[in-house]
Design a protein. Structure first.
Length: 109
């Protein structure tokens, strides 16, 4: 996981989006969705690990996932979060997300 400025140890507002991944060992790992953004026509999300017991965002880096949308058997849209495996692309995407977040922060002031 790459370090970036999305990390913090503040209590999470429970309105935040959480997503649970299952590791190869069958262990569940919870992430909070920090931000959504588009790059080259694809939608991505920055996810940071979340400790459900302590209810805090962990300071151990974030991952980037591409969001793949499809329809389930009932015709409802579903989202699949696919981790970006290419380290160079993931690093570039985190830089883009950080720049977007900084720009958004400047506009609010």
């Amino acid at each position: 996981m790459s370090e970036n400025e999305f990390n913090n140890e503040e209590n999470l507002d429970m309105d935040e989006d959480l997503i649970v991944f299952e590791t190869e060992d069958g262990e569940e790992v919870t992430f909070v969705i920090e931000d959504y953004f588009f790059y080259n026509g694809d939608e991505y999300a920055i996810l940071t690990e979340y400790d459900t017991e302590k209810e805090i965002v962990l300071d151990n880096g974030s991952i980037v996932c591409r969001i793949v949308t499809s329809e389930d058997e009932n015709g409802e849209e579903t989202e699949e979060f696919v981790p970006v495996e290419d380290d160079d692309l993931a690093e570039k995407l985190i830089e883009i997300a950080n720049a977007q977040l900084a720009e958004d922060g400047e506009e609010e002031e």
